[in-house]
Structure formats: structure tokens, C-alpha cells
Design a protein around this ligand. Sequence first.
Ligand SMILES: Nc1ncnc2c1ncn2[C@@H]1O[C@H](COP(=O)(O)OP(=O)(O)OP(=O)(O)O)[C@@H](O)[C@H]1O
Ligand SMILES: [Mg+2]
Length: 189
Amino acid sequence: MAEKKYVTLKLEEVSKSFAKVENDEVTHALNEVSLTMKSGEFISLVGPSGCGKSTILRLVAGLINPTTGKVTVDDKEILESSPERGMVFQKPTLFPWLTVEDNIAFSLKMQDEILKIWREREQLAIMVTHDVDEAIYMGTRVIVMDANPGRVVADIKISEEYPRDRSSASFVEYRNEILNRLHFSGKKQ
Ligand SMILES: Nc1ncnc2c1ncn2[C@@H]1O[C@H](COP(=O)(O)OP(=O)(O)OP(=O)(O)O)[C@@H](O)[C@H]1O
Ligand SMILES: [Mg+2]
């Protein structure tokens, strides 16, 4: 097995904006998002469409650069590789973390398979999901986001042993807390 590499991946006040196609306004896909993620963690990203989940995956894969702020691995900045820059920090395929996007909604068996791979590798995993139960079942942390501008509204540590029991009182409590954050984020205060 390949040597294990333990890393800290950070988004440091990352903003990403895109020009809108229909007019000359911009979309604030991410607004000053700061996140610190380490090997061994399983990060579940949840939030409504357009809150910037896929943008985070593309940033950490070095496919795009932030508009402002930095993405770093062990304090070294990841930059999108381009001929003008004349440098490639690391090829995305060599990044020591897993990113997962559940566009197809995983079966329960698939969830366990992904967890098994993650636990064997002791890597950092970052998963985008629209399924709150999946986020809690798998994550050591659930990051709840909201859109316009894309931002983090809650960072919830899931302190439960694996395998998790979807019907336990604590699981139900996490579910309620996250659903509450999803439904009310941006509307409070
Ligand atoms: N290349 C791009 N050009 C223009 N706008 C973009 C681009 N990429 C993303 N956006 C916009 O940025 C915002 C965040 O997009 P992103 O794809 O990260 O959201 P998401 O959370 O993954 O949403 P979904 O749940 O629908 O997949 C959206 O408003 C999207 O339209
Ligand atoms: Mg997406």
C-alpha cells in the first residue's frame, strides 16, 4: 500500500465569483469561506442548489482558482495549473484526499463501501450530498451551506462511532439540527 500522507487542507477566506451569462452582474458562488480539513476527517457538504458545494470540490482539485483568498495544503498554495503560470503544484489525481459527489444517490451498501475505503486509507474525504441522512451517517463533520452568497452556516461535528445507527436518538437529533439549519439559514436574525 502507498505510504500514507497526512495533510491539512485549508480554504482561507475564499471567495469565488462568476460573471452571469444573462447580464453583467456576478454570482457570488462562495463568499469568504474559511475551512480547515485534515486527513482522517470525512467532510459532508450539504446545502441548497447554488451554495457552492461543487465549486469547493473544483477549488480543492486545483481546477479553478479563488477570486480572492487561498486554498492551501500544509500551507502551500494550490494553484490552478496553466501555461501562463508556468507551474503545477500537484496533479489533481495525486492529491491525498478523496472527493465524492453523490449525483446518483448512493445505496446504503455503497455508503458502507465508501466508508470502508476512507477508513482504510485514513485520508481526508470530502463528499457533496443532498441527503442529510447520508451526510450524518458518513461524516465526521457536516458543513451546512447556504446560497447567494455561497457560505458556511454551520459546521457540525458528528461524535458517533461507526457504523452509525440511523434510528438512534442522537442521529435523530443531528438530523433535526441540520434540517433546521438548512431550512432557516439566512432567514434568522
Ligand atoms: N463556471 C461557471 N460560470 C458561471 N457561474 C457558475 C459557474 N460555476 C458555478 N457557477 C454558479 O455559482 C453558484 C455555485 O455553483 P455550484 O455549482 O458550486 O453550486 P452547488 O452547491 O454545487 O449546486 P448544486 O447543488 O445545484 O450542484 C451557482 O449560482 C452557479 O450557477
Ligand atoms: Mg453541485
